[in-house]
Design a binder for this molecule. Structure first.
Ligand code: OOG
Ligand code: MG
Length: 271
């Protein structure tokens, strides 16, 4: 049996020091249930510093992401207030190790979702939808991990930016072109179909996984449906924008930060 609290503390320190650590699974075999317990304990540590939960995120809902990371099951993580960055704002890279950025679709809940309520359609609880950017920053060296490692590490969550909220059409959001630009040049492109066939499918997945992993989904929660493309490295000074056809666009600029600390690698890691 692994020591959940100690593993959560190790990951939490890696976040606070912005320094990469070896994969937990290298010394401590973890079950998926233990990995989610480590994730929850880590969110608890953030809570003791005054941070609060504002939503959830899915990972590996697109094939491009699963292929990029070599991991294919859908996973869920927790978004906290300290991760939020204003649209057109600045991401502070000095607090990150080897950040990457990816274009997503976000939902906002207008009503509570009780994950245990079988008769509740989670789509009916959504009030708004927006284009979004997620910044991921694995706490593991070389951004490499097993499924259990990345779950324990709160699915690499490090920051998110939500574009202008649009009223939720209540129906399909498939087949909308998604583009990611870095300093105005195309860096990745895809379609909302790449997110589970349609990002609204993320809502049922979130409800199911929230029940399984003891997460709550109160009104006001933000849900990130997962990246539509592979992630690209986020480098100091870069200006990033994502657009989702019909939903609008969202942007962020990266500060010139010291970041990029890869313990034991003797220097910077690029991408
Ligand atoms: C894990 C997070 C994956 C997504 O949108 O698929 C994710 C990672 O790639 O480090 O956020
Ligand atoms: Mg993501």
């Amino acid at each position: 049996m692994s020591d959940v609290a100690a593993l959560a503390a190790t990951l939490d320190e890696a976040v606070r020091r912005a320094t990469a650590i070896p994969q937990l699974s290298a010394d401590t075999p973890l079950t998926l249930a233990e990995a989610y317990a480590v994730q929850a304990a880590g969110i608890g540590l953030r809570g003791t510093r005054g941070d609060s939960v504002v939503g959830v995120k899915l990972g590996f809902t697109s094939k491009a992401k699963a292929v990029q990371m070599g991991v294919s099951d859908v996973i869920i993580g927790v978004l906290t207030e300290s991760m939020a960055i204003d649209d057109a704002g600045t991401a502070d890279l000095s607090r990150m190790i080897h950040p990457r950025i990816e274009p997503e679709v976000a939902f906002r809940l207008g009503a509570d979702i009780d994950p245990a309520d079988d008769s509740l359609d989670p789509v009916a609880a959504v009030s708004a939808v927006a284009p979004a950017l997620e910044i991921i920053d694995s706490r593991y060296r070389d951004f490499s991990f097993s499924l259990e490692d990345v779950v324990a590490d709160n699915t690499s969550a490090a920051g998110f930016v939500i574009g202008p909220w649009q009223p939720f059409p209540g129906a399909a959001l498939a087949d909308l072109a998604v583009t990611l630009t870095v300093d105005g040049a195309a860096a990745a492109s895809g379609s909302t179909t790449d997110i589970l066939g349609d990002p609204i499918q993320a809502l049922a997945a979130v409800k199911r996984m929230a029940l399984e992993h003891h997460l709550t989904l109160p009104a006001g929660s933000i849900i990130l449906a997962g990246a539509a493309t592979a992630a690209v490295p986020l480098t100091p000074g870069a200006a990033i924008a994502a657009s989702v056809a019909g939903l609008g666009s969202v942007s962020v600029t990266a500060s010139g930060g010291a970041g990029h600390r890869e313990a034991g690698h003797g220097g910077a890691e690029h991408g």
